[in-house]
Design a protein around this ligand. Structure first.
Ligand SMILES: [Zn+2]
Length: 330
C-alpha cells in the first residue's frame, strides 16, 4: 500500500482532525506504515478518547500472555506482588512529569507496560532501581513527597493514562518490544546499536521536536583535562564529532570515541554535546537528558501538545511496531 493510500485509510478511520495534527509537524514526519497496517488487524478494539468521541474505532491484535503479575524487588531487597496495571501507574508516578499532556502520559503507559512484559518474559526480574529497571512510587510515597492533595491529583492523572490504555503493548514481529525511553533528546533519538549494542529494527534514530531554547535541556559538565586523557588513554586536541545534526563522537588527538561511551564514562547528561576548553578543564555543554534511545518523554509531550494521539507518538518513536492488547490465559 502506498503512503498516499495509507493517508486515505487513516483519514477514513480516524477523521481529519488527527491528520491535521500530524501533518502540521513541519511535514517531516509521517505515521509509520507498519503502524498503520496494525489498524487493520484481527479483533476490533475501540480506542478511548479523543478518537472515541470522533466515533472512530481501531482494530488491534491480541497477544496471549500469562505475565499480568509483577513481583517487584524493592531497594531493601524485599519483594512485593501487584498487578501489571498497578505497577504501570507506579512507574508513571516516578518516571513521568505530572504536567505532561494526557496523550504523552498514555504513550508512556504503553511503553512502560511493554518494557515490563518484555522483562517479565526475558528474566522475570523487575526492581525499583531507575538505571537498571524503572523507578516506582506508591501513592504513599508521593503523599510524603508532595502532600495528599497534590498527590491525589497526580495519582488520578497517571491512573487515567494506565486505565485508558489497559493491557495495551507494542509488538514487533509478533513479540513485545524492548520499549526503552528517556527524558529528552536533541533533534534525533539514537539507534540501540549505538548505546546498547545490537540492531533492533524498532529502535532506530528518529527525528524529535526539540525546543532548543529550553534551558532545562542544556547542562554543563566539567571534566579535568588529565582525567579525560588518562581515562581515554589518549591525548591531543579535543573536539566533538557531529554527523549532520547528530553528535556521534569525541575526537581526542588521532583517536575517536563513541559519544554514548563518553556520556557513560564521564557521567554526562546526554551523548549530544559540544566541548570547549577552560583552563585545566574541558567543558561539555550537553543537549537533552538520558541515553537517547526509544521514546523521548519531553518529545512525546511536545507532539501531544501538537495534537498527536498516543499511538501516533508510539509509532513515531518505535518504528515498524503495532499495538496489541494483552489477553490473559488464566
Ligand atoms: Zn532491575
Amino acid at each position: 500500500m502506498s503512503a498516499f493510500s495509507h493517508a486515505i485509510l487513516y483519514t477514513l478511520l480516524l477523521g481529519a482532525s488527527v491528520i491535521t495534527g500530524f501533518f502540521s509537524y513541519e511535514g517531516r514526519i509521517s505515521l509509520n506504515s507498519q503502524g498503520l497496517e496494525a489498524l487493520e488487524i484481527v479483533e476490533e478494539y475501540a480506542v478511548s478518547s479523543p478518537l472515541e468521541e470522533m466515533g472512530a474505532s481501531v482494530k488491534m491484535e491480541e497477544y496471549e500472555s500469562d505475565e499480568t503479575t509483577v513481583e517487584l524487588t524493592l531497594e531493601n531487597g524485599e519483594k512485593t506482588k501487584m498487578s501489571l496495571e498497578e505497577y504501570v501507574t507506579g512507574v508513571l508516578l516516578a518516571e513521568m512529569p505530572s504536567w505532561y499532556s494526557e496523550e504523552a502520559l498514555k504513550a508512556a503507559a504503553v511503553a512502560v507496560r511493554t518494557y515490563t512484559v518484555y522483562n517479565l518474559e526475558a528474566s522475570g526480574h523487575i526492581c525499583t532501581h531507575p538505571s537498571h529497571c524503572q523507578a516506582f512510587y506508591t501513592f504513599e510515597n508521593i503523599c510524603d513527597l508532595w502532600g495528599e492533595k497534590s498527590a491525589r491529583e497526580v495519582y488520578e492523572k497517571m491512573l487515567f493514562a494506565t486505565e485508558s490504555t489497559e493491557g495495551e503493548i507494542l509488538l514487533y514481529d509478533g513479540e513485545p518490544i524492548l520499549a526503552v525511553y528517556h527524558a529528552s533528546s536533541y533533534l534525533h533519538t539514537r539507534p540501540s546499536s549505538e548505546v546498547f549494542g545490537g540492531d533492533r529494527a524498532y529502535l532506530v534514530s528518529v527525528s524529535v521536536p526539540f525546543e532548543d531554547e529550553a534551558e532545562t535541556q542544556i547542562r554543563k559538565s566539567r571534566v579535568p583535562k588529565h582525567t579525560l586523557y588518562s581515562t581515554l588513554k589518549a591525548e591531543g586536541g579535543v573536539d566533538a564529532v557531529w554527523d549532520g545534526s547528530r553528535c556521534v563522537g569525541l575526537r581526542v588527538g588521532d583517536k575517536t570515541f563513541a559519544s554514548s561511551d563518553i556520556r557513560s564514562l564521564f557521567g554526562l547528561a546526554s551523548a549530544s554535546f559540544e566541548v570547549s576548553e577552560d583552563g585545566e578543564d574541558y567543558v561539555f555543554k550537553t543537549y537533552g537528558y538520558g541515553h537517547g534511545v526509544g521514546l523521548s518523554q519531553s518529545g512525546a509531550d511536545i507532539l501531544a501538545q501538537r495534537g498527536w494521539s498516543y499511538f501516533e507518538i508510539l509509532f513515531h518513536y518505535y518504528k515498524n511496531t503495532s499495538l496489541a492488547i494483552l489477553k490473559n490465559n488464566e
